[in-house]
Design a protein around this ligand. Sequence first.
Ligand SMILES: NC(=O)C1=CN([C@@H]2O[C@H](COP(=O)(O)OP(=O)(O)OC[C@H]3O[C@@H](n4cnc5c(N)ncnc54)[C@H](O)[C@@H]3O)[C@@H](O)[C@H]2O)C=CC1
Ligand SMILES: O=C(O)[C@@H]1CCC=N1
Length: 270
Amino acid sequence: MSIGFIGGGKMAHALASGFISAGVTKGSKIISSCAPEDTLSAQSFQALGARVTHNNTDVINNSEVAIMAVKPNVVPIVLKDINKVITPKHLLISVAMGVTLKNIEKELPASSRVVRVMPNTPALVRQGASVYAPGTAATDEDAETTERLFKSVGSVHRVGEYLFDPVTALSGSGPAYVYCVIEALADGGVRMGLSRELALQLAAQTVVGAGTMVTSTAEHPASLRDNVTSPGGSTSEGLYTLEEASVRSAFIRAVEKATQRCKEVNKSLM
Ligand SMILES: NC(=O)C1=CN([C@@H]2O[C@H](COP(=O)(O)OP(=O)(O)OC[C@H]3O[C@@H](n4cnc5c(N)ncnc54)[C@H](O)[C@@H]3O)[C@@H](O)[C@H]2O)C=CC1
Ligand SMILES: O=C(O)[C@@H]1CCC=N1
């Protein structure tokens, strides 16, 4: 499949690399645009064997599926660029945070097939988490194409578009929160005498293992946690310390605040 990326930054590169590893496309079948001054984006796509352009219409004209992966404030500029060349034979997938299907569709010809997706960067290692919502002119086949593409780089769920802001705040931004957890756990290990290398490896693998326990067993996280917590043992002491620091409410609040930010961005673009 020929896949285009409008915007060749971190999210686009993670998806492109994941799609290539999954065998759904080849570097030579990818085209990506980026800002002329952005040599980093250009180099990262060239390294995949992809074509790089500074012209967004080239992307539409040379791909079966075009993925719009630019910052929300750049979306109106991109839509203006592609408005004259996009036709009903193109499928446009937007991964832009906070930009609604309605706001995208109103800048394009009425029959434009648009799907909105919220992915995350672990798509790079085919461990991403994505959700999608089809636009008004998107077909069942477009939904299937989207599922096939994003399933190749992790999990994918179809959701009502009204859920995109909380999803963005949870799984879109989530890798950043988890990197903080991994770094902090490793810092704790180093403080207690472990080498940095060993501490980081143990912290990261513990997150991978715990995540896989939740996705692979039918057990509630609280029950899995109980299995680790011996009466009067070390885990109970660690958990008590986390409770004292209100760590759980801090995560809940992080998702709440990030959701609010998505809503602000959408409002500022209307
Ligand atoms: N980074 C992440 O973890 C995730 C990002 N997203 C969304 O993906 C979008 C892109 O985010 P990142 O990749 O992180 O940003 P980034 O800053 O790494 O990449 C933006 C890209 O847009 C290009 N660009 C700028 N102006 C352009 C124009 N007029 N035409 C074409 N390309 C242009 C830049 O050269 C760059 O390649 C955002 O809307 C973000 O909300 C969604 C999920 C996760
Ligand atoms: O922080 C951001 O704006 C984007 C949305 C999800 C992850 N990164």
